[in-house]
Design a protein around this ligand. Sequence first.
Ligand code: AMP
Length: 441
Amino acid sequence: MSMESPTTGFDALNLSEPICRAVRGEKYDNPTPIQQQAIPHLLEGKDLLGCAQTGTGKTAAFALPILHRLSENHQPGSKGPRAIILTPTRELASQISDSFRIYGKHLKLKQAVVYGGVSPKPQISALRRGVDILIATPGRMIDLYQQRCLRLDQIEVFVLDEADRMLDMGFLPDIKKIYAMTPDNRQSMLFSATLPDDILRLTKQFLKDPVQVSVNPPASTVDRIDQRVLFVDRENKGALLNSVLQEDSIHRALVFSRTKHGANRIVKNLGKAQIKADSIHGNKSQAARMDALRKFRAGKVRVLVATDIASRGLDVEGITHVINYELPNEAESYVHRVGRTARAGATGVALSFCDAGEKGYLHNIERTINRLVTVIDDHPYHSEAIASKPKRGSSSGRKSSSGRNYNSAAKPGKNQNRKRYFSAKPGKKTRSRSPRSAVSA
Ligand code: AMP
């Protein structure tokens, strides 16, 4: 009896049958551009420099060929990992581990994930049992290596994920140490959302004659996202957030705070307004962070407040809104933040609360994304003073399209039309500005 299975765009990539079956199980019809471009080269054993950020399908782009390679030449009982994936954060490490588990579910390969902030004991036991694939954050990995719980002489594939963020977080010395401990004939891959000079230097050291693939440079990733800015005095941000979150269409909101304490404060204030929220940041135990994420994923908590580092690489489906309670001072962070709401082709809304001190950040962001963010001025806490404050080097400020002079300390009232914050299309009272002026501004 012949068992016909539906064909997908993945069949052309020549991945083994159990891997294609797992991918079909995930209902992936076609490879994403990064998968399409990277997988054939990786199957040939080439080194690769991938310029892509989370949300592009880059995990499968490296995980599928690794699974293919290791299972083709399976070595049961191998003493040490044969592939290692280094990532900057625990959350990302456990997400990558989940992906390997899913894509490799019809294979007999073993994997382990190691990161700091939790007891090393279960990790050590897993390593003792033998693993083929190890996903790790650098610090814990080095600890385990130094305690002789881990050997790296069997490594065939080395992946550095989110390399730019690793460097930002000061992991470069650790990464170099780990790389030096692996055999010379390994296949290496480096993924990074951006390619600044220090990353290019690193690629020269790490990669041999690499193939370079590039998808979704940050500026274009945000094109699908409906982005709006709300000008508000700093002291009114809490009230504005409460007001915005009254809207039911916000099914799942990720709120960004610049600091850990700020994140706690926001959660507390929302609690006072009976809005269930939780936070993830570096001061929380790993168990507490995982718990918050679980509740958010399960829809038990509608609002998750995060700092940039804690949210890095977060893959939660169905985030309808990203809210920048504070604007980040780096435009790159803005791009990463708002990208949490446009996973795998979805669209979403990003709302940024901009106070007087953040106007310059907004300007840089607009230059980076090469477009102007739509202004929402019809909200109860709108500050026309901030909206019309001239940018440096510009004589004309932003004018209100409605011509109304909103009182910055206004209380919620009749003017409040919440739909304006959230509907997919900007309301009449929003101001769209032409991309050209964003470039020239
Ligand atoms: P990543 O960039 O690896 O974090 O992946 C982002 C999301 O895209 C994850 O939720 C994946 O499950 C999903 N994904 C990866 N590859 C595909 C694909 N070919 N088709 C549909 N979804 C995908």
